[in-house]
Ligand binder design. Structure first.
Ligand SMILES: [Zn+2]
Length: 330
């Protein structure tokens, strides 16, 4: 099995120019530059132009940005600076028409609407996927970390929006990310362990997942989570790849692990409805019989399962369902 390629939310072409985050003069000059583009995010959503299988972010010039926290996202190879603003989304019907549209398509304006990473993450190009993931991750942190954890004083954001400071004790606070592990477990016959979360409706199955405990390595978390959820002991834990999953603040770390022979699955029914081994043939038969469906293509688990399977899989959860496709189960 090869390491994962570029996952949907692990893309980006814009240099984060972290060295400029605390340079107020640089930030002020960039904000005044008419070439600068602002991505407004609100509650994990931004405005996008949707055109069949393609989506692009809708930016506004700085003077049209709403009030809200400013976050420096980066600068592209042409020198254009991108900011995020955590504020009210502009009304879609007040936006200028898509300048990228060829004249022949002028009468067929693509749909402009607010959308989340989950909805459009895999439809965006590399630049826009990176910008939206970055902006949503930062905004989610600001939305939920408004006070100093030491004394409860409301904090003040640093100029570039990448940290906050407590005005009372001077302590600095940085964005938080929760590491989670997602693991493909195979037995000596190269069968894959798939499970259905107790909170998931219908035919949804995926590989096992869980959050890393405090003071625990990612590899230790893989071993512990598989044992807790299925009673299976694993070894030979190998890292595959990662992607940010800022819904609200995870980093999904993909692994594979081996389950030695002679073990019996014992499902933890607090977390899982069922778990079983699937050969590739059994997997295909279950899909064809309508018995199982897999997470959407934006998610790590989907890529990891397909990497083991050796080809794209034909079955996908529908996005309208309420539960999180790749959220850990504990
Ligand atoms: Zn404080």
């Amino acid at each position: 099995m090869t390491p994962l390629g570029a996952l949907a939310l692990a893309r980006g072409t814009v240099d984060r120019v972290a060295e400029n985050r605390s340079d107020q003069d640089w930030l002020d000059a960039a904000w005044k530059n008419p070439r600068t583009r602002v991505l407004v995010v609100s509650g994990g959503r931004a405005l996008v132009r949707l055109d069949n299988e393609h989506a692009e972010l809708v930016f506004v010039p700085p003077p049209e940005a709403p009030a809200g926290l400013r976050m420096l996202l980066g600068q592209d190879a042409d020198g254009v600076v991108y900011f995020g603003v955590n504020g009210e989304l502009p009304p879609a019907d007040a936006l200028p028409p898509a300048d990228a549209l060829p004249p022949a398509d002028a009468g067929q304006r693509p749909d402009v609407r607010a959308a989340s990473l989950r909805e459009v993450g895999s439809l965006l190009g590399d630049r826009d996927a990176g910008l939206l993931t970055h902006a949503v991750a930062l905004a989610n942190w600001h939305d939920t970390h408004t006070c100093c954890p030491l004394d409860g004083t409301p904090t003040v954001a640093a100029p570039g929006g990448h940290s906050t400071v407590c005005p009372k004790d001077g302590s600095e606070h940085f964005p938080r990310t929760d590491p989670a592990v997602i693991m493909l477990v195979t037995d000596p016959d190269d069968r894959c362990l798939l499970a259905r979360n107790a909170a998931w409706p219908g035919r949804r199955v995926s590989i096992l997942a869980g959050f890393v405990d405090p003071g625990e390595s990612a590899e230790q978390a893989v071993v512990r989570e598989v044992a807790e959820e299925t009673g299976i002991k694993v070894n030979n834990v190998q890292y595959l790849g990662s992607q940010p999953w800022p819904m609200p603040r995870s980093l999904m770390l993909g692994f594979r692990a081996d389950a030695p022979a002679g073990q019996v699955i014992s499902v933890d029914h607090d977390e899982l409805a069922e778990a079983d081994w699937f050969s590739r043939d059994e997997l295909l038969a279950a899909i064809k019989a309508g018995q199982i469906a897999f997470p959407p293509s934006i998610s790590n688990p989907r890529h990891i399962i397909e990497s083991w399977f050796g080809a794209p899989l034909p079955s996908t959860w529908t996005e309208s369902a309420p539960s999180a496709p790749a959220a850990p189960t504990s």
